[in-house]
Ligand binder design. Structure first.
Ligand code: PLP
Length: 390
């Protein structure tokens, strides 16, 4: 039996989503066509938009379909920067954090290098929590220069939550828009776009049991973005391109399922993660639970295993049919030291010693037990190999 404990990387297609997707795959008609087949496809897309809006707490006109989280983040970051700096040339400063996903960090660094932006990186403590006093001070010192803030709702590696409503409240005093990457948060904590006070928020379908290739950027009706993809003017003119009705339906079904009985699912995932954490601390007392007791999403456990490389552990567990992750990006089959863990003030060696277990509401206790049964031997072997791994 395989234990799949890497839902934060991608979560398997849910049967209900697959059914809804397949039912709409052979729809004929471009949703932008005026004939009746096109209009039928348009209706399907608009119903999906409505369902996504209901699930995330938004208005249907606030849902901009994208190909996934990376595109949603790029559209938010570049679109907000170009719009705000275009309106007022002084607004070139962006507040973000070094613990963001690469889908936010890379466009920010590109804006700095190529487009005259200045990014101010919010410090984080060893548990991964943002320094709100630092944000408060930067806002009061430099508000007229700030284009926007981009801070993720939940960190995809260590699971820690950001106090999004507090951040939007601080920014609102200066009318500064806030974008949040909610790819790791939606379905793993309570997320409501309207209540959050956010100007924009990214979600991704394949983290929720939809196929890869669909996501959305929620953009409040008060917020304007400069378009990033030019073309036929679809999606409020900011993201041109023919929409896939079947993918839109799949995302809608995944979002609907994500929020159905969410409180019970969060409790169940927290229960499994609590059990896992307790057992790991008995089996491997040296293991460090990275975020400590900071507020976090329900389905994530991130550990540092001193004296060994996370990718050694990952490969050893893989031989026992257990799929986990180091949490960080992988180049040529070797894990990079986690930029998130380094940003929390840890050393490169510590940032290479990480292992992330990420679960979904479908995860069983048996899968966790399979991981726990294999862990002590894998840890012993990985320690022998040392911190540099293979
Ligand atoms: C927090 C976060 N943001 C963005 C992304 C990118 O999303 P996608 O894979 O849909 O492009 C990911 C995927 O790992 C993620 O975890």
């Amino acid at each position: 039996m395989a234990a799949y404990l890497d839902h934060a990387a991608t979560s398997p297609l849910l049967p209900e989503v697959k059914r809804a997707y397949l039912e709409n795959l052979d729809l004929i008609g471009n949703p932008s066509s005026v004939h009746s087949l096109g209009q039928s496809a348009r209706r399907v897309v608009e119903e999906a938009r409505e369902a996504i809006a209901a699930a995330v707490g938004a208005h249907r006109s606030e849902v901009i379909f994208t190909s996934g989280g990376t595109e949603a983040d790029n559209l938010a970051v570049k679109g907000l920067f170009w719009h705000r700096s275009g309106q007022d040339a002084r607004r070139t400063v962006i507040i973000s954090a070094a613990t963001e996903h690469h889908a936010v960090i890379e466009p920010l660094e590109w804006l700095e290098k190529e487009q005259g932006a200045e990014v101010l990186w919010c410090p984080v403590n060893p548990r991964g929590e943002l320094d709100l006093d630092w944000i408060r001070n930067v806002l009061s010192d430099r508000a007229p220069e700030i284009a926007f803030i981009s801070l993720m709702w939940a960190n995809n590696e260590i699971g820690v939550l950001a106090p999004i409503s507090e951040i939007t409240a601080l920014a609102a005093v200066h009318q500064i828009p806030v974008h949040s990457d909610a790819v790791a948060a939606f379905g793993h904590t309570q997320v409501n776009f309207a209540e959050s006070g956010l100007a924009a928020m990214s979600i991704s379908g394949h983290k929720l049991g939809a196929p890869v290739g669909i996501g959305a950027l929620l953009v409040s009706r008060k917020t304007n973005l400069t378009e990033v993809i030019h073309g036929g003017g679809q999606e409020r003119g900011v993201r041109s391109g023919t929409l896939s009705a079947a993918l839109a339906v799949a995302l809608a079904e995944a979002c609907r399922l994500a929020v159905t009985d969410l409180e019970a699912k969060l409790e169940q995932m927290s229960g499994l993660i609590g059990y896992l954490r307790e057992q790991v601390s008995t089996l491997v007392p040296e293991a460090i639970f990275t975020r400590g007791d900071a507020p976090a999403i329900s389905g994530n456990a991130h550990f540092m295993f001193p004296g060994c490389a996370g990718d050694s552990l990952l490969f050893l567990l893989d031989t026992s049919n257990i799929a986990v992750s180091t949490g960080s990006a992988c180049r040529a089959g070797v894990a990079d030291p986690s930029h998130v863990v380094i940003a929390t003030g840890r050393s490169e060696v510590e940032a290479r010693s990480c292992l992330r277990v990420s679960i979904s509401p479908q995860t069983s206790r048996a899968e966790i037990d399979q991981f726990l049964a294999a862990l002590p031997a894998a840890y012993a072997s990985a320690r022998k190999a040392g911190v540099s791994g293979r």
